[in-house]
Design a protein around this ligand. Structure first.
Ligand code: MLT
Length: 272
């Protein structure tokens, strides 16, 4: 599906009924990352997965920042008539979820933070982003996909699940170069969200793959310690993209979390 919002065209999936659950993809991917969640959770939640600006079917218009991506998500919720949603982000998607919480806290019913970190890039990380930008410009998204793949997937998946390796590589290689460069710029200038963690007043589930080397379990555990009442799930046999590497285990913990959020009560969903 597509909608014009926030000055761009946003491509998105919207399946199922119930508690709205917005799923925000990581870099350099797109909403198809969440196919296993849409299949499994549509019976329990209204699952909405947008392509972030410049990826998939969403068009790109500068400037791009985590705040801009977050405003796009708020505009999509407006367009769909949704007041509040459980907001889930994988890696860069969670950087966007932090920005959404800062800018539009009333739209966030609960947060799911997967394979991510709160701190900003340091100097070395920013230098690596510049190198990746140069690689994208000179050799295209396929070269960026080649470079990133070992970090995106855990050792178990890389050894045992060639179909997942192929699917993730294809998704990354298909990303528009301009969207990739814009996202790298947005990530390298993103604010530190460490102080944001202590401000979160909604239920939080943190998920990490035991084999994640980009945002490893010790980073997830430190985040969990900083968010009062949050829950941490470490999924064995998964790397950075636990949702696609161990979909059944990932969906199970998310499903339990959605149940807990619903039991907590309160009306969510349609705009009054
Ligand atoms: C992602 O998966 O979105 C990226 O690895 C995040 C990052 O590079 O900081």
């Amino acid at each position: 599906m597509r909608v014009e919002a926030d000055g761009i065209r946003i491509g998105y999936d919207d399946v199922g009924e119930g508690e709205p659950l917005v799923l925000l993809h990581g870099f350099p991917l797109e909403r198809r990352l969440f196919a296993p969640q849409l299949r499994a959770l549509a019976g329990q939640a209204r699952c909405i997965a947008p392509d972030l600006r410049g990826f998939g079917e969403s068009t790109l218009a500068p400037p791009v920042s985590m705040d801009r991506y977050a405003d796009d998500v708020a505009a999509l919720l407006d367009a769909l008539g949704i007041a509040r949603a459980v907001v889930g982000g994988v890696s860069m998607g969670a950087y966007v979820a932090f920005a959404l919480w800062r800018r539009h806290p009333g739209r966030v019913r609960a947060l799911l933070l997967a394979g991510t970190r709160a701190n900003a890039d340091d100097e070395a990380a920013r230098a690596r982003r510049q190198e990746t930008m140069a690689l994208a410009r000179s050799r295209g998204s396929g070269a960026v996909a080649d470079q990133m793949l070992p970090g995106l997937l855990g050792v178990t998946t890389r050894a045992e699940r060639p179909e997942i390796v192929r699917a993730v590589h294809a998704m990354a290689a298909a990303a528009p170069v301009e969207g990739v460069v814009a996202a790298l710029g947005a990530m390298m200038t993103r604010p530190d969200s460490t102080a944001t963690l202590a401000t979160i007043e909604v239920p939080v589930l943190i998920v990490v793959g035991a084999e994640d080397t980009i945002a490893p379990p010790d980073v997830a555990s430190a985040m969990q310690a900083a968010v009062a009442g949050s829950r941490l799930e470490v999924l064995p046999g998964a790397g950075h993209l636990a949702n696609i590497e161990r979909p059944a285990a990932f969906n199970h913990v998310v499903s339990d979390f959605l149940d807990a959020v619903q039991r907590r009560g309160g009306r969510a969903g349609a705009l009054e």
